[in-house]
Design a protein around this ligand. Structure first.
Ligand code: 8ID
Ligand code: ZN
Length: 349
């Protein structure tokens, strides 16, 4: 048996169970692997899943979590050509598995595979001591990158790495990051700086301000305090930003982006408020030749690249370490917007 944090039914209080069964090696299907989890990050997506507020419902009962790092302890019999072996240190991502044969998979848009399995949403995730995952999609963790430091690269890192990569920006461009002080946002700052971009961080509170500026943001705007967000951003960027990558978990983070982008600018949607529409002026989207894009986690190659940059020390997750049993308390802090950076859970406790 093992410890696992279980959501018994959508919206029901989380239960930390100390007697959750562990799947035995002999029960694994071909292509499956059993991973003993050391650390797992807590993403705002896990909170959406626990609350069941998204338009696509999660399964229940559910073990959330999709930023897990641990070692492979078993691989299903009759697994052919596995890219990983027993003993390897691997990461588990939101995209737990995909078919690798369909058009989306062949084009590298594996996350959009219609057969995708989602860790902590449609299959049990990493808020446990053992989890079943899939040999084709677990990510090898580079040597030298400690497991606790690697955990949140697997979702927050991969997602912001890909969003920045496709934000249609070049060295020296201005990028606005609403949500900059959160789990995704504080990594977005660092991937942006690594790409040679100039960052305007938008979030709220003294702690997040300090974090953002320490990570290389040149400008800080507190969205709760500003009287004129558009004016402030235009002034900070000399006439408007080249791109905005929104990782805010609220629709308010998207408002006004079309107004503060300069002509030709790109709005990259990443944050996933439960029920919201983009309220963009069609006239000014056309008149300013604005591009509106969405970015959804990343594929296996994005994960290799995002992890490599972290292993080389260019990007570092700022996290508080807590025991697995504290998850409910972490959700409360996240709902209240009180977490600067990330919380990573120690699954041995
Ligand atoms: O693949 C994807 N697109 C993907 C992957 C992973 C996560 C999307 N997400 C989604 C999550 O589901 C969530 O909706 O991105 C969102 C952010 O996840 P997170 O970074 O894990 O959440 P957080 O740590 O709570 O950070 C959110 C930050 O947004 C700020 C908050 O203060 C917090 O620091 N924020 C909010 I809420 N409203 C804001 C606003 N109007 C704002 N910042 C600026 N302006
Ligand atoms: Zn996530």
């Amino acid at each position: 048996v093992q410890t696992a944090a279980v959501v018994p039914a959508t919206g029901a209080p989380l239960e930390v169970r100390r007697d959750h069964p562990v799947k035995q090696a002999s029960e694994l299907a071909p292509g499956e692997c059993l991973v003993k989890i050391e650390y797992t990050g807590v993403c705002h997506t896990d909170l959406h899943a626990a609350q069941g507020d998204w338009p696509i419902p999660p399964m229940t009962p559910l073990i959330g979590g999709h930023e897990g790092v641990g070692h492979i302890v078993a691989i299903g019999a009759h697994t052919s050509s596995s890219p990983v072996k027993i003993g390897d240190r691997v990461g588990i991502k939101w995209l737990a598995d995909s078919c690798l044969q369909c058009e989306q998979c062949r084009k590298g848009l594996e996350q959009c595979c219609s057969g995708a399995k989602l860790s902590g949403y449609t299959v049990d995730g990493t808020f446990s001591q053992y989890v079943v995952s899939f040999v084709n999609h677990v990510s090898l963790i580079p040597e030298g990158l400690p497991s606790a430091d690697a955990a949140s690269i697997l979702c927050a890192g991969v997602t912001t790495y890909r969003a920045i990569k496709y934000s249609q920006t070049n060295i020296g461009d201005w990028i606005v990051l609403p949500g900059a002080g959160g789990g995704l946002g504080h990594l977005a700052i660092q991937y942006a700086v690594a790409k040679g971009l100039r960052v305007v961080a938008v979030d709220t509170g003294e702690e997040k301000k300090k974090l953002c500026l320490s990570l290389g943001a040149e400008k800080w705007i507190d969205f709760r305090e500003t009287k004129d967000l558009v004016g402030d951003i235009k002034e900070a960027t000399g006439g408007g930003a080249h791109s905005a990558v929104v990782t805010a978990a609220s629709s308010s983070g998207y408002e006004q982006a079309i107004d503060y982008l300069r002509p030709g600018g790109t709005l990259m949607a990443v944050g996933l408020p439960a029920t919201a529409s983009l309220n963009a002026s069609i006239f000014f989207t056309v008149f300013k030749a604005i591009k509106i894009l969405g970015s959804y986690v990343g594929n296996r190659q994005d994960a290799v690249e995002a992890l490599d940059i972290a292993a080389r020390g260019k990007v570092k997750v700022h996290f508080a370490l807590r025991p697995l049993g504290d998850l409910k308390d972490v959700y409360d802090g996240m709902s209240a917007g009180k977490i600067a950076g990330r919380v990573v859970l120690d699954c041995s406790q």
